[in-house]
Design a protein around this ligand. Structure first.
Ligand SMILES: [Zn+2]
Length: 359
């Protein structure tokens, strides 16, 4: 009886213990599932609150230069006006009176200093991310220049390349990227390597830099429309070969222009841009150091020369009786040139069967 009681008790505890453990595990699992469900719902809700649309590329607008505005009409919206042109076309344009007093065009506005935000807006003071409406409903955007990039944004040798380099033919038109106001239009002598330089501040708060221009046709404090020709491409300043050095900056800090523009197609990648602080860095408020740009081009030139020299290299197989002098005469060169090409001296013994570079 006593044994039977013990057995039952054992059986009971034996059964109860795993049951308890099982239910705890079960509860844990359930809780986990519920938590996952909540996470999912929260994520979904966040996504509904802030729609994560596929970025919509914006095609470049067409801007026909030489066409003159002849009249303006009200559009029903005071911020927008209808402009009639002398070629019988018309388009909606932003009414400048509505943006001219905005903080964008008054804060740190300096038509001589390249970097007026410096010492005023520190990188540390900027928010972790900023939502930038690149274009408004009128989608005023035009590529600055359309080409395959020759040199990208980022580290180049030991220093930072603050923009992208777009190769061009001298005299090719350069366009204002967005609507805005010209802040800087200065000659080579004042730009420190940028050559003929134009800087435009835009309604969206960004600034764009256009360097090495052959000609500037807009002046500081002038309002410009996206797609308006602001100057012509060239190779002024510290530059080797005609190209546009193009920068995009926010509060003076540079970030990769390729985040905004697909330079090959000329399209703007998206209408709104989430500028993350991680796109900027402590060095990005600095001016472009063009010494590297030149050094890199020189490196390229030297490499190209070396490739060419190697492609046209000619060799002579050394035979018995050959002398450096004899070989030099035969190939129309000099002994010192032969020594230089082969890294040998005049007294080096010529080994039969070896190849000697003669050209
Ligand atoms: Zn550059």
């Amino acid at each position: 009886m006593k044994l039977r009681y013990l057995f039952t008790a054992l059986l009971f505890t034996g059964a109860a213990a795993p049951l308890q453990a099982q239910s705890i595990d079960h509860m844990r699992k359930l809780l986990q599932e519920i938590q996952q469900e909540i996470d999912c719902l929260e994520k979904e809700q966040a996504e509904t609150l802030k729609p994560q649309k596929e970025p919509q590329p914006v095609e470049s607008t067409e801007y026909v230069d030489g066409v003159i505005a002849v009249d303006t009409l009200p559009s029903g919206n005071d911020a927008v006006m209808i402009v009639l042109f002398n070629d019988n076309t018309w388009k909606y344009l932003r009414n400048r009176d509505y943006v001219k007093d905005s903080e964008i065009y008054t804060r740190c506005w300096d038509t001589t200093k390249l970097f007026p935000y410096r010492d005023v807006v520190k990188l540390a003071d900027l928010p972790r991310s900023v939502d930038i409406e690149l274009v408004d409903s009128l989608k005023c955007y035009h590529y600055p220049y359309k080409a395959a990039i020759r040199s990208k944004f980022g580290m180049r040798r030991r220093r930072k390349h603050q923009g992208v380099d777009l190769p061009l033919k001298t005299g090719d038109p350069i366009y204002a990227t967005f609507n805005g106001k010209v802040r800087i239009s200065i000659p080579s002598s004042k730009s420190g390597g940028y050559g003929n330089l134009i800087v435009i501040r835009h309604d969206n708060g960004l600034e764009t830099f256009y360097g090495h221009l052959s000609e500037r046709i807009v002046h500081a404090d002038e309002w410009v429309e996206a797609g308006q020709i602001i100057g012509y491409g060239g190779s002024t300043g510290r530059s080797t070969g005609p190209h546009l050095h193009f920068e995009t900056r926010y509060c003076g800090q540079s970030f990769d222009p390729e985040r905004l523009i697909d330079f090959q197609s000329g399209n703007l990648r998206r209408e709104t841009f989430l500028l993350k602080k991680s796109y900027l860095d402590i060095h990005s408020s600095a001016s472009q150091d063009f010494e590297d740009e030149e050094a890199e081009a020189n490196d390229e030139k030297r490499a190209e020369e070396a490739r060419k020299a190697l492609a046209s290299a000619q060799y002579h197989r050394i035979r018995s009786g050959d002398t450096l002098g004899g070989i030099a005469v035969r190939y129309g060169t000099t002994v010192s040139r032969l020594c230089q090409l082969n890294g040998i001296s005049r007294t080096t013994t010529l080994r039969i069967g070896r190849s000697l570079r003669v050209r």
